[in-house]
Design a binder for this molecule. Structure first.
Ligand code: ADP
Ligand code: MG
Length: 609
C-alpha cells in the first residue's frame, strides 16, 4: 500500500487539495461538495474559526473579523489582526491548510498525511519556509514545496508523455504572477526558465478599481470612503465583482445607495464603467507581466516561435486583455483544456504521486530550477575603487536543481586567519539590495600574504530549495558549513512552538463553543505528533531511513540521465524503497539498501567504462 500524499494549491484567493486516484489527479471536495475554497479565514463572535465561503461572505459585514489574501504577507514579519487577536501570516495559512486537512481525513481516515504544497515560482526562500511551516502547523508532513507553474505543467504533461514541445505557463492569480517555460521530451518535463512578480495579481486590479471608485466618490461627496473600514471592504467587494463582469461584458454598473455615512446621512455611488476604462487602469501591470514573459524566453534561449503551447493558469487570465496580449505576442490562441483554476492543485497531486510512488512506473520525470541567483558577498574593484559588498553569483538563476557548484576565493588581507561567508539570494550586483540568507565564519586559515590563501566555497541546492554552503581552506583542508534552512529553522523553532500553542487554544476554545459542530477531529492532537516521534528511539532504522532517502535522491538524479528502460528499473527500485520505508520494516529496508547499492555500483561501473 502506498502512503497518502496529497497535493495542495494554497492560493492567495482560492485553495484546493487533490490526490492521485487510479492514475488520475482528482480534487478532494469539501463536505459541502466544493472543489475549491476561498482562502479566507474568520474568527466569529463565539471564538470559532471558519474557513472558506462563510468567512468570505462575512467580509463586508465584519471586516475586522475576517482575513483574506494573507499569502501576500507570507514570509514577512507583519501580523494580521482578526477579532482583536494578532496572528502571523503563517498561522493564518495554517488555518486554511487545517481546513483542507479535514477534507483529506474525511477521504482517507485519520492518521499522518503527507503533502506537497505549491508556491509561486518567484517566492523567496523565506516565503517557502513560511509555507512549509504553515503546512506543519496544520498537521501535515510537508514532503515537498513545488513551484506552481511547474505543477500546472505537470497536470498538462501527464497525458502527453510522448509529445515533444515547449510550453509556456502564464499564471496570473489573485496575488502573484509567474511565468515558466517548460520543455517536454520523452516524459521528462524540464523547467527552462522562470520569471515573475510575487506582488502582482487580481488583488492589485481590485485595489486600482477601489481607488478609481473612491476618487469618483470623493468628487461627489467630498470625503474619502477608504477611511471607513467597512466602506473600504464594500468597495473592494464591488471592485472584484465589476472586474469579473468586465471579462464578459463591455460595461458594468455600480449601484450602491449607501457606501458610508456623511453628516449622519447615507452617501452612495451609482455609475457605469467600461471595459476600456478598466483596461487603461490595469494595463501598466499587464504590460509588466509581458516583460517577464520576454525575460523568461530570453533566459531559456528561446524565441516566441519555439513555444508550441501557451498554458493559462489562474483566475485573472480570464481578463480578455491578458489573452489579447499573449495572442499578440505568440500569434496563437492559448491552450484551454486544463482548467485554469484547478491545474495547480491537480499538478501538485501528480507531484505527490511521483513522491508516493504511485506514478513510479509512468516514466514521468520533472526537473526544476532555482528561480533566483545564489551567491556570496566579496570585496573587489568596482568603478576603480576597492569596495566590499559585491555580490558574487555561485549558482545563477534558472540553473537546474539539484545542483552543486564550487568557486575559489582568496584571502583579502595579509595575515587573515578567518573568512566570513555571507550568503545572499537575488539579482543585484550589490549584496545590500539582495536577500540575506545567513552567514558563518571559516577559521583556522594559515597566516600568509594577502591573496595567497585559497578558499573553496561550495553551494549545494536541493530539490526543495534547501541550500547548503561549505567553505574549505584549500591548503589545510579545514572546513566549515551551514545549511541555511536548518539554521533558520532552529531560530524559529520557538516561534513555531508558540504558534502551535496559540492555534491549539483557538481550536479548543471553538470546540467548547460549538460542541455539536466540530469541523475537525478533536481526538487527534496534531501538535503532539512531533513529540511522540521523538520518543520512538529505534536508532538503527532511523539511520537506515536516512541512508535510503539519500539513495532515493541519487536514483532520482540518475534517472535524469538514463534511457527509458533504465528509468523503469529505477522507478521500480524507488517504489520498493518507498514501500519499505512506509512499512517501516527494518529487514525490507536493509534488503532495499543492498539492492540499490548494487544497482548504483553497476551504474557507476557502466559510466566509467
Ligand atoms: P490564487 O491562485 O491567487 O488563489 P486564482 O487563480 O484562484 O488565484 O485567481 C483568483 C483571482 O482571479 C482573483 O483576483 C479573482 O478576482 C480573479 N478572477 C476570477 N475570475 C475572474 C474573471 N472572470 N475575470 C477577472 N478576474 C477573475
Ligand atoms: Mg494560483
Amino acid at each position: 500500500m502506498s502512503r497518502h500524499v496529497v497535493g495542495i494549491d494554497l492560493g492567495t484567493t482560492n485553495s484546493a487539495v487533490a490526490y492521485m486516484k487510479n492514475g488520475k489527479p482528482m480534487l478532494i471536495p469539501s463536505p459541502r461538495g466544493q472543489r475549491i475554497i476561498p482562502s479566507v479565514v474568520m474568527l466569529d463572535m463565539n471564538g470559532q474559526l471558519l474557513v472558506g465561503d462563510v468567512a468570505r461572505s462575512a467580509q463586508v459585514a465584519m471586516p475586522d473579523r475576517v482575513i483574506a489574501a494573507v499569502k501576500r504577507q507570507m514570509g514577512s514579519h507583519a501580523t494580521v489582526s482578526m477579532g482583536g487577536q494578532e496572528f502571523s501570516p503563517t498561522e493564518v495559512s495554517a488555518m486554511i491548510l487545517r481546513e483542507l486537512k479535514g477534507y483529506v481525513d474525511r477521504e482517507f481516515g485519520d492518521g499522518e498525511k503527507e503533502a506537497v504544497i505549491t508556491v509561486p515560482a518567484y517566492f523567496t526562500d523565506e516565503q517557502r519556509r513560511a509555507t512549509k511551516q504553515a503546512g506543519e502547523l496544520a498537521g501535515f508532513v510537508v514532503e515537498r514545496i513545488v513551484n506552481e507553474p511547474t505543477a500546472a505543467a505537470l497536470a498538462f504533461g501527464l497525458d502527453r508523455l510522448e509529445e515533444e514541445q515547449h510550453v509556456l505557463v502564464y499564471d496570473l492569480g489573485g496575488g502573484t504572477f509567474d511565468v515558466s517555460i517548460v520543455e517536454m521530451m520523452n516524459g521528462i518535463l524540464e523547467v527552462k526558465a522562470s520569471a515573475g512578480n510575487n506582488m502582482l495579481g487580481g488583488e492589485d486590479f481590485d485595489w486600482l478599481l477601489v481607488d478609481w471608485l473612491a476618487t469618483k466618490f470623493r468628487k461627489l461627496h467630498g470625503l474619502d470612503p477608504r477611511r471607513d473600514i467597512r466602506a473600504k471592504s464594500l468597495l473592494k467587494e464591488q471592485a472584484e465583482r465589476i472586474k469579473c463582469e468586465l471579462s464578459y461584458a463591455e460595461t458594468a454598473a455600480v449601484h450602491l445607495p449607501v457606501v458610508t455615512m456623511k453628516d449622519n446621512k447615507p452617501a452612495g455611488l451609482s455609475l457605469d464603467i467600461s471595459r476600456q476604462e478598466f483596461t487603461v487602469l490595469i494595463d501598466p501591470l499587464l504590460l509588466s507581466t509581458m516583460d517577464c514573459v520576454r525575460r523568461a524566453l530570453q533566459d531559456a534561449g528561446l524565441t516566441t516561435g519555439d513555444i508550441q503551447e501557451v498554458l493559462l493558469v489562474g483566475g485573472s487570465t480570464r481578463i480578455p486583455r491578458v489573452r489579447e496580449l499573449l495572442v499578440g505576442m505568440f500569434g496563437k490562441e492559448p491552450h484551454s483544456e486544463v482548467d485554469a483554476d484547478e491545474a495547480v492543485a491537480l499538478g501538485a497531486a501528480v507531484q505527490a504521486g511521483l513522491k508516493s510512488g504511485v506514478l513510479a512506473d509512468s516514466g514521468l520525470i520533472v526537473t526544476d530550477i532555482a528561480p533566483f541567483s545564489l551567491g556570496i558577498a566579496v570585496a573587489g574593484q568596482r568603478h576603480g575603487m576597492k569596495r566590499t559588498g559585491i555580490f558574487h553569483v555561485i549558482i545563477p538563476r534558472n540553473t537546474v536543481i539539484p545542483v552543486t557548484r564550487t568557486d575559489r576565493f582568496y584571502t583579502a588581507l595579509p595575515g587573515q586567519r578567518a573568512a566570513k561567508v555571507e550568503i545572499y539570494q537575488g539579482e543585484h550586483e550589490w549584496v545590500k539590495n539582495n536577500y540575506r540568507l545567513g552567514e558563518f565564519l571559516l577559521t583556522g586559515i594559515p597566516v600568509n600574504w594577502s591573496g595567497h590563501e585559497e578558499i573553496d566555497v561550495t553551494y549545494r541546492y536541493d530539490l526543495n530549495g534547501i541550500l547548503e554552503v561549505t567553505a574549505k581552506c584549500v591548503k589545510n583542508k579545514k572546513e566549515q558549513s551551514l545549511t541555511v534552512q536548518d539554521a533558520l529553522e532552529r531560530q524559529s523553532a520557538e516561534a513555531l512552538a508558540r504558534s502551535s500553542d496559540k492555534l491549539r487554544q483557538l481550536y479548543e476554545q471553538a470546540i467548547q463553543h460549538e460542541e455539536d459542530d466540530i469541523p475537525w477531529d478533536e481526538d487527534e492532537d496534531i501538535f503532539a505528533a512531533e513529540d511522540e516521534e521523538e520518543t520512538d528511539e529505534r536508532i538503527t532504522p532511523e539511520e537506515l531511513r536516512r541512508q535510503l532517502r539519500l539513495f532515493d535522491a541519487k536514483l532520482e538524479k540518475l534517472a535524469l540521465m538514463s534511457d527509458k528502460e533504465e528509468r523503469k528499473t529505477i522507478g521500480q527500485l524507488r517504489r520498493k524503497l518507498k514501500d519499505a520505508l512506509d512499512a517501516g520494516d527494518g529487514d525490507r529496508m536493509a534488503q532495499c539498501l543492498e539492492m540499490i547499492t548494487d544497482f548504483l555500483i553497476e551504474a557507476q561501473l557502466r559510466e566509467d567504462t
